[in-house]
Design a protein around this ligand. Structure first.
Ligand SMILES: CC(C)(COP(=O)(O)OP(=O)(O)OC[C@H]1O[C@@H](n2cnc3c(N)ncnc32)[C@H](O)[C@@H]1OP(=O)(O)O)[C@@H](O)C(=O)NCCC(=O)NCCS
Length: 269
């Protein structure tokens, strides 16, 4: 929970250093990172809000928005080491809750689904999302409603998320589709920009890389099947899997297709 506790500043700066490859020094972070400045302002506005200085709290929050481009409602609950990278256009609603070590990029909304419809009934009701610890939200994502994004989940850039996201899962698209949870390792390691280290960012290059992997696997499997076939034609149950065959004979081997159909060697020999 946000407090007027200024001892957290050092860990806020260290968290930014750890999560932004572009951050060169603590001084640079302290002077030039709007996400860091927005956190400082939020601690002030939150304290005022909780002391029932509501208008002053809103005023401080709006002044911070002018200075940083980041709007955090003073009523929002923010955990430790939040990093809002770039931050311009970020809006965090009144009943939003953010856990520890969360990373947000620019142009993100943690908002209500329909704040303008039946507004009176929504006052003091939970209507903004909860992001648990270590969630990463990509640039442009809109996370709407009183939903929960589980620990270590990743929201893709430009996704629109309107349903709960399980811990460690990936949610991408509009409306966001949730895919299988990542491994424990992937959940615990922070990846700058939400991409694992060493990943190829170009989608075409990634597709080619995937195809190359598949070709390698198929080559290995064809080699193994050729070996088995050699063994069968020699009268032994299992042939030498390393036995090479001329390329022209490769079409005779049994090949299991991706759809699961098997082209039987007997029918072709
Ligand atoms: C969502 C994200 C974190 C996923 O990273 P990841 O764990 O490496 O996941 P992958 O790249 O393996 O992608 C998994 C699938 O989601 C798709 N995908 C990834 N990001 C997507 C997005 N934003 N929108 C739509 N689909 C997306 C991939 O194409 C892939 O689809 P496939 O399984 O059909 O091939 C990352 O793509 C992302 O959007 N990061 C935000 C980065 C950002 O905001 N940067 C701003 C810096 S200023």
């Amino acid at each position: 929970m946000a407090t007027m506790n200024f001892k957290h500043f050092a860990e806020d700066i260290d968290a930014i250093m750890a999560r932004d490859p572009a951050a060169r020094s603590r001084l640079e972070v302290a002077l030039t990172y709007p996400g860091f400045h927005a956190l400082l302002w939020h601690r002030v506005s939150s304290a005022l809000w909780r002391s029932n200085w509501r208008v002053l709290a809103r005023f401080v929050s709006q002044a911070a928005r002018v200075l940083t481009g980041i709007e955090i409602h003073p009523g929002a609950t923010i955990g430790r080491r939040l990093f809002i990278d770039h931050g311009m256009g970020v809006v965090i609603g009144e009943t939003a809750e953010i856990g520890d070590d969360v990373t947000l990029y620019q142009d993100i909304t943690l908002g209500g689904i329909s704040p303008s419809v039946n507004s009176a009934a929504q006052v003091n009701k939970k209507r903004h999302p909860t992001l648990r610890d270590r969630v990463i939200v990509g640039a442009g994502a809109q996370v709407l409603g009183g939903i929960t994004v589980g620990e270590g989940a990743k929201i893709g850039a430009n996704a629109v998320v309107v349903t709960d996201v399980p811990a460690g899962a990936l949610a991408v698209g509009i409306p966001a589709k949730v895919s299988a949870p990542r491994s424990q390792q992937a959940q615990s390691d922070f990846a700058a920009y939400g991409l694992p280290a060493g990943a190829v960012p170009d989608p075409v290059a990634r597709a080619i890389e995937g195809l190359m992997d598949q070709v390698s696997r198929l080559q290995a499997r064809v080699g193994m099947l050729e070996g088995e076939l050699n063994g069968a034609t020699n009268g032994t149950p299992h042939g030498d899997v390393t036995g090479a065959r001329p390329a022209s004979e490769a079409t005779k081997v049994s090949v299991e297709t991706q759809s699961g159909q098997v082209d039987r060697p007997e029918s072709r020999l």
